[in-house]
Each structure stands twice: as C-alpha cells, then as structure tokens.
Design a binder for this molecule. Sequence first.
Ligand SMILES: Nc1nc2c(ncn2[C@@H]2O[C@H](COP(=O)(O)OP(=O)(O)O)[C@@H](O)[C@H]2O)c(=O)[nH]1
Ligand SMILES: [Mg+2]
Length: 214
Amino acid sequence: MSFINFSKKEISFKIVYYGPALCGKTTNVEQIHRTIASQDKGELTMLSTQQDRTLFFDFLPLKSDIIKGFSSKFQIYTVPGQVIYNETRRLVLRNVDGIVFVADSQWSKMEENAESYANLEDNLQKQGMTLEKLPYILQFNKRDLPEVAPAHYMDFMMNQRTMRAPTLEAVARESQGVMESLNLIAKMVLGQFIESNKMQSREMPTEVVTRKDG
Ligand SMILES: Nc1nc2c(ncn2[C@@H]2O[C@H](COP(=O)(O)OP(=O)(O)O)[C@@H](O)[C@H]2O)c(=O)[nH]1
Ligand SMILES: [Mg+2]
C-alpha cells in the first residue's frame, strides 16, 4: 500500500523481490544499486550472514520524478528465501505495492520455484491480498547457465492466472534484465496508483528510475 505524505509532497511505494533461496534477489538489488545515479539512491542495507545469505532483507530506497506535484520514492526489499524464514517474509510483504518474483531457471530448481510461488500466494492471502490485484512480474533468472528450462515452459508452469504476469529473462549477475524488470514493475505500480487516485502524471517514460549515464 503506497504511503502519501501530503506535507512533504512525497509518495512511497514498496517493491518486494520474492523467490526461492539463491535465485538471485540480492544480486538484482546490488546491480540496481550499482546502476542508479547516486543522487537518486540511498544506502543499500544488507542484513546477511557471512555466507552472504539474506537473513532479514535487503533494502534500497530510490527516487523517481513522475507524479506531478509529488516526489516518488521506491523502497526496494528482498526476502530471505530459505523455507524457515516465513515470518520474516510475511513482515516484508506488509503493505507491498508490487512484486518481482525471481525464478531460478535451472531445471533442478523448478520445485523450489513452485514452492516459493505457492508460499507467496499463501502469505499474501493471509494478509488479505492476492496476486490478482497486485502488480507483479516474473523474472526468469540465470539464463546464462547450461541446464535451464525454456522460458515458455516456465511461463506455462508459473503463469496460469487469468491475468498473465509480464515475464522477463535475466542474467542478474551480468545485470541483464535487471533494470528492465525494475522499470517494468515501477511503471505498473505507478500506473495503478495514478489510476486509482486520479493523479496527474507526466507521460510515462521508458525508464522511471534512471541510470548513471541518463
Ligand atoms: N550464473 C548465474 N549466477 C547468478 C545469477 N544471478 C545470481 N547468481 C548467483 O547466485 C547466487 C545467489 O544469488 P543471491 O543474489 O545471493 O540470491 P538470493 O538468495 O536470491 O538473494 C550468487 O552466487 C550469485 O552470484 C545469474 O544470472 N547467473
Ligand atoms: Mg538474498
């Protein structure tokens, strides 16, 4: 749920990167942090163990200038993917505005993807939310690896709702598909907000969060 601060003329949106352990959520956020111009981003907060596995979440605030009369901010979060951290995932999902589901494209990970996807639906439902009403996209990550399932297969397995989610292929480690995913979900979140609040906006640009070189 977006948060509007009328005195500061500021709107905050929360985007959550969800998916199984080691699918590349933290890598996405690290690449975003590397790519965005410094005046448009805050500190990347990472709460992880020595093995670099997210224990709580990663957090990155980004600025965007899209809604007339307001500054917009995106709060980017990841969740810990390991099955045992479900309480944390539920907390991170609170008031979410948009979800990037990062799926690991390796054949060996299809079951974990499905499990995590079911877990997402379950956690949303317990908070009175559903993917039907929430902007979300599917990112098929690790396309560089040899033993990966075809994108159309993953689409068939994971994208069976009436409102199909947009899908993107990515190699997060090489920053491929990362900014594309972020911009897509950001545009969907902004679009829904503008529509439901009847806000005036600039024409939606291709990139709502900008890179260092503009
Ligand atoms: N080959 C390959 N490895 C990746 C890619 N994205 C992430 N990784 C690696 O997968 C591992 C887990 O990534 P991480 O972002 O920590 O996963 P998280 O648990 O979802 O946050 C790390 O070793 C990453 O370098 C990718 O697109 N291709
Ligand atoms: Mg992580």
